[in-house]
Design a binder for this molecule. Structure first.
Ligand SMILES: O=P(O)(O)OC[C@H]1O[C@H](O)[C@H](O)[C@@H](O)[C@@H]1O
Length: 754
């Protein structure tokens, strides 16, 4: 269904089903009646749900004519009625269209009559937020408004339509042939500061890239990038600037970005970085110690989503990096994110609280999971060291938005010395370079290594901001993302780093991209009529090869990002092997993209010796599966920064081209709100012992089953042997180390198979 169905026509289809004959403009009094009913009718979601599931009961409750038996007649023919009404309404609103349409809008008018216009010369961009032209007729205004907004969709531009047309041609090509073209291959790569991008295995030609470049110009990509770097409030739904690039700007750029009331953003960043440097050096040198005077050598970073995934990705990169290994000697860093109490147990069971520093990372300092885990950790510290405010002051620090400072203080954290601020203009999933990543990473690896990471990110920022589109790696990757998703209709995408140290990159990208671009409306609130927001997943190679690559090769087509390194963080040459272990890994990095692109024909299967004709078809690889390859010199802190910024910018480019807001995340709110309701109902059930009613049959049944089958751990003291009687967690601590048993009872077995 086109958005017109869901936006305009959804309820009236029911009402008009009896009179589903096309209406003339003179029948506008009837349409006014419809409009009134539109506003008191089922939501688009309800109508869509009914259409998709065949369950019309949700619509029936809105139906104004339930008494006239119309409903029963209509129900089985709902789709037909809907369709007829669409036609009727298009005729009805034509006067509005004609009144509202400027020359540019003609395209949209034609669209509504479902006759696609021929691809013509470049049109100027439609005004972004022009207020609709008004008539004296409210019905006409209503429809004119909708039509005008639809006319602003990027899919209505000549550039988009040219790409659609071009995609039809590309669908007739095969990468096997395209890869034969040496000139094309030579054109489809880009390099910057050691990063090498080869995108010759994408289903594109140089013409495709040119057309995508035209689209970028049409969407004023450059202007939008500049607005972001400059600190314009491009996250307009939250009235915020988007300035993660300021987090890694060198001191020389101080004074170039001013935010709210002339605050110097880059100066602010460096003030906090200086504070982090002093603090983390203090901890690492032993100057800053725990409550009982012990060195703080365990760091537990408590946070979730953007306050966890990015820092963990960086940590995993540096863990095996030679400089990182040396810097981290004697320290421990763990992440506590899930509100599952088992995560607490897994994180803390073997840690000594007296040697542990808890870093609470939460931009808002209100996120339910993080706050409960923070309280759990505070309890853990108190249980071992006594309920003294100084315990919290010496063992807990916070990285949060400056607007959350009061909450941090109320929690008991020393906001003078142990609070590291960031700002509303840093989005959670873009916050790795803020205190959110800087504090835990610098505590473990030292501030100097974190700075190298920042410099890598800055290098990518400069490239992104300044280099021409055709040489700009993040822009090229963003263009390819839009091409694959919106024109070739590949709805998912996978990240395949051939480096174990990047094992957490796919999870970070998953949040970064899916939370950013998982949207349905453009900036002016118009539903998109093109595909946006890929499903991202991935796994370190070669592990992924033995897991889901079967699907990549023979199932659905999923564009792949292969990421490799010229040099390993650690290479081995095993006795008797002629190639190093890293070469062995990288052989896969080179082979997989070829296999995906080229495939294998039935004749080749036979040539390979498959004699059973029944099996031949099962061994054919259709190929023609797009991928790109990113090659870096070595996975250092610097390269890690480059990778981080590269993927951040790819996401942003796609959002800019799709004309959506990549920087808000209202989609995560509904579930959170419902969880609060459930918590109340749980409490009621637990305290009264009676069945609860959630208002939803299935949830009521399941929740009551859960309540009947479980106990509430709250309010019950757990007896422990030794230690603190109130401690409910981490009973297996350093206080009671258990030695492995010397005798294993093999129950009669001797260990040999008989
Ligand atoms: O840093 P916090 O305020 O605790 O937020 C943590 C996370 O929670 C939310 O659910 C958002 O979806 C994420 O974007 C955010 O990173």
């Amino acid at each position: 269904f086109s958005p017109l169905y869901t936006t305009v026509l959804r309820p009236a289809a029911l009402l008009n089903a009896k009179s589903s004959q096309p209406q003339s403009p003179s029948e506008s009094s009837q349409s006014e009646l419809d409009l009134e009913r539109v506003s008191s009718s089922p939501s688009a979601e309800e109508a869509d749900y009914a259409l998709q599931t065949g369950d019309y009961s949700v619509l029936q409750k809105h139906h104004h004519q339930q008494q006239d038996n119309n409903w029963n007649v209509l129900k089985p023919n709902f789709r037909v009625a809907w369709d007829q009404h669409h036609q009727a309404t298009v005729r009805l609103v034509r006067p509005a269209l004609q009144h509202a349409a400027t020359e540019d809008d003609d395209e949209a008018v034609v669209e509504e009559t479902e006759e696609s216009p021929p691809v013509t010369q470049q049109q100027p961009p439609p005004p972004e937020s022009s207020s609709p032209r008004t008539t004296t007729n409210p019905v006409l205004n209503f429809f004119a408004n909708i039509i005008q907004r639809k006319a602003t969709l990027v899919s209505r531009t000549a550039e988009w339509k040219r790409l659609q047309k071009h995609a039809e041609y590309i669908q007739t090509t095969h990468l096997r042939q395209l890869m034969q073209d040496a000139v094309r291959s030579e054109a489809l790569y880009a390099t910057h500061d050691g990063v090498y991008l080869d995108y010759s295995r994408q289903r594109v030609t140089t013409e495709t890239m040119k057309l995508l470049g035209d689209l970028a110009k049409r969407q004023d990509l450059r202007g939008k990038i500049e607005a972001m770097f400059r600190g314009d409030k491009i996250n307009f739904t939250e009235d915020r600037a988007v300035l993660h690039t300021a987090l890694r700007a060198s001191r020389s750029k101080i004074g170039t970005v001013l935010v709210d009331d002339d605050v110097d953003a880059i100066q602010e960043v460096h003030d906090v970085l200086d504070q982090i440097k002093v603090f983390t050096n203090g901890v690492r040198s032993g100057q800053l110690r725990g409550y009982t005077g012990k060195r703080l050598r365990n760091i537990v970073s408590v946070g979730i989503g953007g306050s966890y995934l990015g820092p963990e990705f960086v940590h995993e990169c540096l863990k095996t990096e030679p400089e990182g290994i040396t810097a981290a000697l004697g320290y421990n860093l763990r992440f506590l994110s899930n509100v599952d109490p088992v995560d607490v147990e897994r994180t803390c069971a073997d840690l000594d609280p007296e040697e542990t520093l808890i870093v609470i990372v939460s931009k808002t300092f209100t996120t339910a999971e993080t706050m409960l885990n923070a309280k759990t950790m505070r309890q853990w510290l108190w249980d071992f060291m006594g309920n003294d405010p100084e315990v919290v002051e010496k063992h807990m620090v916070a990285c949060a938005s400056i607007s959350a400072m009061e909450k941090v203080k109320d929690f008991g954290i020393d906001t003078e010395n142990y609070f590291f601020r960031f700002w509303d203009w840093v989005g959670g999933r873009y916050s790795v370079c803020s205190a959110a990543g800087a504090v835990p990473i610098s505590l473990l690896y030292g501030f100097e290594l974190f700075e190298k990471f920042l410099r890598g990110a800055e290098s990518m920022d400069d490239h992104f901001r300044n280099d021409p589109i055709e040489k700009n790696i993040p822009i090229i990757m963003g263009l390819l993302g839009v091409w694959n998703m919106s024109f070739l209709n590949y709805k998912s995408r996978t990240t395949l780093p051939y480096a174990e140290a990047l094992l957490k990159l796919p999870a970070h990208i998953q949040q970064l991209d899916m939370e950013s671009n998982g949207k349905t409306v453009t900036k002016n609130g118009t539903p998109v009529d093109y595909a946006v927001g890929e499903i991202d997943f991935g796994e370190a190679g070669t592990n992924g090869q033995h897991s889901f690559y079967q699907l990549l090769h023979m199932g659905q087509t999923v564009p792949c990002d292969f990421i490799g390194f010229c040099e390993s963080q650690h290479d081995y040459c095993v006795d008797g092997e002629s190639l190093s272990s890293h070469d062995e890994l990288m052989a896969n990095f080179f082979a997989q993209p070829d296999a995906l692109a080229t495939g294998k024909t039935a004749d080749e299967v036979r040539e390979d010796g498959e004699l059973n004709e029944d099996v031949v078809a099962h061994r054919v690889f259709e190929g023609n599966r797009p991928s790109l390859s990113l090659l870096f010199p070595k996975l250092t802190a610097y390269a890690c920064g480059q990778i981080l910024a590269l993927y951040e910018h790819r996401t942003t480019v796609q959002g800019f081209l799709w004309d959506i807001n990549s920087f808000d995340q209202f989609g995560v709110e509904l579930g959170k709100k419902l969880a609060l309701n459930v918590k109340e109902q749980m409490l009621e059930g637990r305290s009264t012992g009676k069945r609860v009613d959630t208002g939803d049959h299935a949830t009521t049944r399941l929740l009551n089953y859960y309540l009947e089958s479980s106990n509430n751990a709250c309010g019950k003291k757990v007896e422990t042997t030794g230690g603190n009687p109130f401690t409910r967690i981490t009973r297996r601590t350093h206080f009671d180390r258990v030695q492995p048993p010397e005798d294993h009872n093999l129950r009669g077995h001797t260990g040999k198979l008989v």
